[in-house]
Design a protein around this ligand. Structure first.
Ligand SMILES: [Zn+2]
Length: 388
């Protein structure tokens, strides 16, 4: 075992769903963390234990609450990413015809993760009910690690409220990940109307991932006012999570997403670190015996170095500062009701539009992104644009 890698076990067993510290009756801010949504990602689980200990020792200086919800208890106890299905890809089913919450009792063959998600969902609902005064008061964050080596980074659904919160952290920020990865817990929380950050601390097996997760949690407590740090502590923790020198801590968007059917037939070429610059055309992986090349230049993002999951790799690019400013301004001032008068655009409901791509051909994604919409493909001829 080197200094950098090794098996890590948290201080408490994986039986407890919710941990809490702070003053639940106070009117202060509420931070809700998700850890262990993937069972092979224990850095966040350990980091939470350590921060909770610190909070409990300084309880008189705490204003508000910290909750931690452990995700996939069964997968955590076995050390696997998941047992039957990915717990971070199923949240889109709630409140649709695929919602399994009512049929579960009668079907014992349901995936383990369906049950786990129901328990996580009920934990979320209990916390919201307990602190149900102001949506601005509650902040959610989901802590993960990656299969490749990586600096720390943040993933957000691109709303202005999320951007404002995420920007406080000196790490790269990936916008609009929910268009490429569907059914995430983050999107579910965003749809409930709360701010939600995804924090990726580094590689699954790196000790740095624990210290960066701790730094992220303490900084989140500080920025939200739950537990203030002094200037020296603040500087030290910001340094701790700060990105590698060669990766700017600006905004990135996903330009390409390589989906795979079976991770067992997919092999990334060795040596890629998250955010490595890649030129278009260079070989990246083998899939079913064939070479897969980068379709365009950019930076490689979340290359898959484990035999589970469906996201082979992505290509990301920096977002221009002009676009960021313009989109911020437009989202606050634009009259969205006029969109329905554009050719090929049909209003579905208050928050969404359907776009006929054979009529509206140019810059549909770009325009709707600027205005704060999530754009997904319903089929090859139709986009669904949903206002976040
Ligand atoms: Zn994960």
């Amino acid at each position: 075992m080197s200094e950098e890698t090794g098996t890590k076990k948290p201080k408490t067993l994986f039986t407890k769903r919710i941990q809490h510290a702070g003053s639940p009756d106070s009117d202060g801010p509420v931070i809700v963390l998700f850890v262990g949504i993937h069972g092979n990602e224990t850095a966040g689980v350990i980091a939470v234990d350590n921060v909770l200990e610190k909070i409990s020792a300084n309880i008189e200086s705490v204003n508000g609450s910290l909750y931690a919800i452990r995700g996939n208890l069964e997968a955590l106890s076995q050390g696997h990413r998941f047992i039957d299905t990915d717990l971070n890809r199923l949240w889109e089913m709630y409140n649709t015809e695929k919602d399994f919450s009512t049929s579960l009792a009668s079907d014992e063959d349901m995936p383990v993760e369906y049950l786990e998600s129901l328990k996580v969902k009920s934990a979320i609902e209990n916390i919201i009910e307990k602190h149900n005064s102001d949506k601005q008061k509650i902040i959610f964050a989901d802590l993960h690690t990656t299969s490749s080596e990586s600096c720390a980074f943040i993933l957000i659904n691109d709303t202005l409220a999320n951007r404002k919160l995420a920007r406080k952290f000196p790490v790269p920020q990936i916008l609009g990940i929910e268009e490429n990865i569907q059914g995430t817990l983050l999107s579910y929380i965003n749809n409930l109307g709360y701010r939600a950050l995804g924090f990726e601390a580094g590689a699954h097996t790196s000790w740095n991932s624990i210290s960066r997760s701790e730094a992220f949690i303490e900084l989140l407590l500080h920025y939200s006012g739950v537990m203030k740090l002094n200037d020296d502590e603040l500087e030290k923790l910001e340094k701790e999570i700060k990105t590698y020198e060669e990766v700017p801590d600006t905004y990135f968007e996903v330009r390409y997403h390589h989906l795979i059917a079976d991770a067992r037939n997919f092999n990334m070429l060795p040596g890629f670190t998250n955010f490595d610059p890649v030129d278009g055309g260079i070989p990246l992986a083998y899939e079913n015996g064939k070479l897969v090349s980068a379709p365009e230049s950019g930076r490689i993002f979340m290359p898959l170095y484990q035999k589970r999951g469906h996201d082979g790799f992505m290509i990301i690019k920096e977002v221009s500062p002009l676009w960021l400013t313009l989109s911020g301004w437009l989202r606050q001032s634009f009259n969205h009701s006029i969109l329905k008068y554009l050719p090929g655009v049909t209003k579905i409901d208050e928050q969404s539009f359907e776009v006929d791509r054979e009529i509206a051909r140019l810059y549909v994604k770009e325009i709707f992104h600027l205005l704060g919409y999530r754009v997904t493909e319903k089929d090859s001829k139709t986009f669904i644009c949903y206002r976040r």
